[in-house]
Design a protein around this ligand. Structure first.
Ligand code: SAH
Ligand code: DHB
Ligand code: MG
Length: 246
């Protein structure tokens, strides 16, 4: 079986379950026009994120890794009335493109793009004692275990933690890999598997993005305390580029 077949099946399913949508198409076009990589989630994975957010009746969603806001649009559309999505992005230009895309999608009022490396902005959320119904982790892969640990301190019991790109084209089974992304993903899997406070699984996927996979954890325990020594930060405030809400 080839990527050609995977693509054809994805297109068929997209026609049925994720049909063309102006805001999403415009977001993709603007992201490409800005010279940013086309590494957003597939339409069908976007739909799955939306569906899972609806399943937990999410009012608060946290995303790590915004890019052009494509997955943010899918997730924000699932928010219950009055809900909020905070998305963390290290690259200011990506955040600005995402802000414009989210505004065009009519979602600027409920989405906040927070600029800075996630490990610097996550402590500010912890300091605010923020609690999320769903966390989607899709930033750099080297620090995935640390991101999962933060997600465990910020997700409510009964919430979901979803992680993208957890297969690395199969390299995830290579314990000797010298690729820090592979080692990051492996450290994450070990942390998630060893966490008694979640019920978790990981799935291989094929489709328009080739061969990859996602992990999903249902938080069954209480949130963990924030990682050691990371509680004192206060929110700079200057890092929010859009949709600042009360
Ligand atoms: N979730 C997006 C795709 C994200 S791509 C979508 O599906 O539409 C990964 C993004 O993570 C990139 O925009 C990259 O700039 C950002 N990123 C990389 N390292 C980061 C870090 N340390 N903190 C926050 N964002 C980071
Ligand atoms: C790539 C894909 C992703 O989904 C991502 O979040 C980061 C990078 C990639 O194909 O390089
Ligand atoms: Mg990804």
């Amino acid at each position: 079986m080839t990527e050609e077949v995977w693509t054809a099946v994805d297109r068929y399913f997209e026609g049925l379950f994720a049909p063309p949508d102006a805001a999403l198409e415009e977001a993709l076009a603007a992201t490409a026009a800005a010279g940013m990589p086309a590494i957003q989630v597939s339409p069908l994975l976007g739909k799955l994120l939306q569906l899972l957010a609806m399943t937990v009746q999410a009012r608060t969603i946290l995303e790590l890794g915004t890019l052009g806001g494509y997955s943010s649009i899918w997730l924000a559309r699932a928010l219950s009335p009055g809900g909020r999505l905070i998305t963390l992005e290290a690259d200011l230009r990506h955040a600005e493109v995402a802000q414009a895309n989210l505004a065009r999608a009519g979602l600027a009022d409920r989405v906040e793009v927070c600029v800075g490396p996630a490990l610097e902005t996550l402590p500010t959320l912890a300091a605010e004692e923020a609690r999320f119904d769903l966390v989607f982790i899709d930033a750099d892969k080297e620090q995935l275990a640390a991101y999962f640990r933060w997600a465990r301190s910020l997700t409510r019991r009964g919430g979901l933690i979803i992680v993208d790109n957890v297969v690395r084209r199969g390299e995830v089974t290579n314990a000797d890999s010298v690729d820090p992304r592979v080692q990051g993903v492996r450290a994450f899997h070990a942390a998630m598997a060893g966490d008694p406070g979640v019920t978790a699984t990981a799935l291989q996927t094929t489709g328009i993005k080739g061969y990859d996979g996602i992990a999903i954890a249902l938080v069954t325990g209480e949130p963990l305390p924030p990682p050691e020594g990371k509680t004192a930060a206060s929110r700079p405030g200057g890092n929010v580029v859009t949709g600042v809400g009360g």
